[in-house]
Write a protein that binds this ligand. Structure first.
Ligand SMILES: [Zn+2]
Length: 405
């Protein structure tokens, strides 16, 4: 029999205070809650025990239960070695207890399912750590890799980290809660395998939280309607803010909910139409001034402090003397007048925001442009986005709770 030196079990952990149990086999049952939390293993099953045997980490079940016949009449039957990657101590060769069922004769291994996926050697706490680094710091793969090496003595490839993020089990948490009735809706264009897709998002203005998110292939009004209809089933529906896309308008009208156009988008749109018209037409100074005056009047309506002012300004616009042509008719008679209500809902009800800034800020924060361009895989895209949204939602709720005290 060869004699082996019994090494200190955690050579790489300088801060650890050694206990007698770390050196004596069978003494160091992995039970104390501080031990569990040190390795991020709080969720490990009670029946899974971690021991130190000759400097090696050993896993066995408190009670070996036969997976075939569920019998508890089992005996230990040798061990096998398995490489596992842990928080703080990195890669370790572990021994895993094997058992034999006395009833049916089957040989089986200790159940490690609460610690590691069967097809992986990266333990679940490490996977959680990677997901958190990604969510909380928005850390890229290189940063995550660096951090794992620095903090946990873990060396795993970029590809493994990427795979973990892509396979992340996280689903957007559609809490069963009551929403306020005041929403913003927007979509984000993302290119997946060379094809444009749309990430639809609905946001609750009063609760400051995302209601739902969905990746779809088309932005037609039927798809939008389905998304809104499903997201707001059995919820209060008072108003939804959007930009000017007619698909959104058709969907929200069908939903029979008040729609308000984002003031920022409206102004941007009107500015662009005037600019294009000036660019394409050689105007007499008189006509040019008249149009500038018309634009100012329209902006006054949009910026009105209350609904009465807005209505008076609209009536003045109807009486206003300006040359009617295709351009002015399109703006005044086909947009400002018929959609007056959608342009001024925020004046009727102070719960309704005048712009869609809030939801656009979330998109910008979570999904900067450079990330959008590099997204290739549908599942990965959604997983990553959900991870970040999840963090945004948690952080936001915390901040909100904090300020309410
Ligand atoms: Zn059995």
């Amino acid at each position: 029999m060869t004699s082996k030196n019994i090494k200190a079990p955690y050579e790489c952990m300088e801060l650890k205070e050694y206990k007698l149990s770390d050196f004596v086999p069978e003494f160091s049952e992995f039970r104390q809650s501080d031990d569990l939390s040190r390795f991020g293993c709080e969720n490990i099953e009670n029946n899974l025990i971690r021991l130190e045997k000759r400097g090696k980490i050993h896993f066995e079940n408190r009670i070996g239960i036969c997976p075939s016949c569920k019998s508890h009449h089992t005996v230990k039957n040798g061990t096998y070695e398995r490489k596992l990657i842990f928080l703080r101590i990195g890669e370790q060769i572990c021994t895993i207890q094997k058992y034999k069922c006395k009833k049916c004769g089957k040989v089986f291994y200790s159940d490690l399912s609460s610690l590691v996926y069967s097809n992986s050697n990266i333990t679940l706490p490490v996977i959680n750590c990677i997901e958190n680094l990604y969510q909380i710091y928005g850390a890229g793969l290189h940063k995550i890799r660096f951090d794992l090496k620095q903090q946990h003595n873990i060396e795993i490839s970029h590809q493994s980290i990427e795979n973990i993020l892509l396979k992340s089990k996280y689903e957007f948490n559609y809490e069963n809660r009551t929403y306020s009735g005041y929403y913003l809706f927007d979509s984000l264009w993302v290119k997946i395998k060379g094809k444009w897709n749309y990430l639809l998002a609905l946001f609750d203005v009063k609760l400051n939280t995302l209601v739902s998110v969905k990746l779809v292939e088309s932005e037609d009004s039927k798809t939008i309607y389905q998304f809104l209809h499903e997201s707001l089933r059995n919820q209060e529906k008072i108003s939804i803010g959007t930009d000017l896309k007619h698909e959104y308008r058709e969907a929200i009208d069908k939903l029979k909910v008040k729609q308000h156009f984002c003031k920022f988008h409206v102004k941007q749109n009107i500015n662009k139409r005037f600019r294009d018209y000036f660019d394409k037409n050689q105007l007499e100074k008189e006509e040019f001034n008249e149009l500038i005056d018309l634009k100012r009047h329209i902006f006054k309506i949009l910026d009105a402090k209350n609904l009465n002012d807005a209505k008076n300004l609209r009536n003045l616009l109807l009486d206003k003397k300006y040359s009617k042509n295709n351009f002015t008719i399109k703006i005044v008679d086909k947009f400002i007048i018929p959609y007056f209500q959608k342009l001024t809902t925020h004046l009727e009800n102070t719960n309704i925001p005048s712009t869609n800034n809030k939801i656009e800020n979330i998109f910008q924060k979570i999904f900067p442009k450079h990330i959008k361009r590099t997204m290739k895989i549908e599942q990965g895209l959604l997983r990553r986005f959900m991870l970040k949204l999840n963090h945004w939602n948690i952080k936001n709720k915390k901040e909100k709770n904090h300020t309410s005290f």
